[in-house]
Design a protein around this ligand. Structure first.
Ligand SMILES: Nc1ncnc2c1ncn2[C@@H]1O[C@H](COP(=O)(O)OP(=O)(O)O)[C@@H](O)[C@H]1O
Ligand SMILES: [Mg+2]
Length: 357
């Protein structure tokens, strides 16, 4: 069987996705699979690379070269293709793409249209989990605790900024966190201590989306639970992201490496259980299949707030998601195999449903 590894992508997390993709191919069971590389570059161009029959030694093989005019040219490792050309039988797509255009349901919808099985959550779950406002509404419906928030559309803010500020200040205390609804990797997110900073933060957020979210800032630990499964949903013991910095921003996450993990998190057992229950409930309410990482805030009074679900979490072998499973006794290679089986099963089940209709 063929795994079509779709990696890179247009999002700011492009480079992280390449690292994750390399970890994935290093761990694939090549006795059973061949891996077809398909790279999406930062402009959104699709490039087909070599078909691998064994694990490569370095990530060099993932860094394809190609002729920009689209010709097949000797000496290049890849060639530009139309996205639909990835379609083939007896293959499953493994999208290792983070953020908008990868994790937000668009690729998933495209793969549904091609009628190809793929790893990870489906269209609706991906789209809702990527949208911070939609996630809030769904968690609210499920009675899952979250920090207080005010959604603010760009138009409302433009037409009547004072009304927006009054509403935020009426419902929330400073510091507030301001986020574009549809982004990831802390891009466009700021913390505001006063009205002037709130004003600037909204302006920044609207560079990325016309919908923004203003949230109550809290002083909290960051706890994460890994979720895996289709109908039968399993969760891990939580881990903690131990921060040296107050705001887990893009630099802290990916550049300065100022993040350490504690697995399992050093928190009371009942809090662990609660986090796992909420993670499972949130995943189920969002119609999850495949995988997600569910992120919480935990205050020093042991209050838990669900922050977000990441449907394609960092996936290098040193990332939280695989390490949380490793701690439960599921090793990285088996995790990948399991994700492939879950993707195939979902596709089969869907096909069977259509037949019955
Ligand atoms: N309400 C909040 N209070 C305190 N810190 C926050 C809050 N919201 C976000 N943060 C900080 O900002 C980081 C990024 O925010 P998050 O909502 O997780 O967005 P992203 O989708 O970019 O990961 C969090 O990991 C946390 O460190
Ligand atoms: Mg986050």
């Amino acid at each position: 069987m063929k795994i079509i590894l779709l990696y890179g992508g247009k999002s700011p997390e492009h480079d992280v996705a390449i690292l994750s993709a390399f970890s994935v191919i290093s761990a694939v069971y090549f006795d059973y699979y061949q891996v077809q590389l398909v790279y999406i570059d930062k402009t959104g161009q699709w490039v087909k690379g070599p078909l691998l029959t064994e694990a490569p030694e370095t990530d060099e093989v993932l860094r394809l070269t190609w002729d920009p005019t689209g010709n097949v040219v000797e000496g290049f490792s890849g060639r530009v293709i139309g996205a639909g050309e990835i379609k083939e039988d007896n293959a499953i797509v493994f999208p290792v793409l983070h953020g908008p255009n990868g994790e937000d349901g668009t690729i998933q919808g495209f793969l549904e249209t091609l009628d190809m099985p793929y790893v990870g959550t489906g269209v609706m779950t991906s789209a809702c989990a990527m949208d911070k406002i939609m996630t809030k509404y769904i968690l609210q419906a499920g009675g899952i605790p979250q920090v207080p928030y005010v959604p603010v559309l760009k138009n409302q803010w433009k037409e009547n900024p004072k009304q927006v500020f009054d509403k935020c200040e009426g419902m929330l205390l400073y510091p507030m966190f301001i986020k574009p609804a549809n982004m990831g990797s802390s891009v466009g997110i700021s913390r505001a201590e006063n009205r002037e900073e709130l004003q600037n933060a909204l302006q920044e957020a609207y560079l990325y989306d016309s919908r923004a979210l203003v949230e109550q800032g809290i002083d909290a630990r960051e706890i994460e639970v890994a979720v895996l499964g289709n109908d039968d949903v399993r969760t891990t013991l939580p881990g903690e992201v131990v921060k040296e910095v107050a705001f887990y921003d893009y630099n802290a996450k990916y550049i300065d490496n100022k993040i350490q993990m504690a697995i399992p998190a050093d928190i009371p057992e009942d809090v662990m259980e609660k986090a796992r229950d909420y993670a499972k409930l949130a995943y189920t309410m969002l119609g999850g299949s495949g995988l997600s990482r569910c992120d919480f805030f935990l205050t020093n009074k042991n209050e838990l707030f669900l922050n977000e679900l990441n449907t394609m979490p960092g996936f290098t072998e040193f990332s939280m998601y695989p390490l949380l499973w490793e701690n439960m006794g599921l090793k990285y290679s088996d995790l990948i195999e399991e994700l492939i089986q879950l993707g195939l099963k979902r596709h089969e089940m869907k096909a069977a449903l259509h037949l019955n209709n």
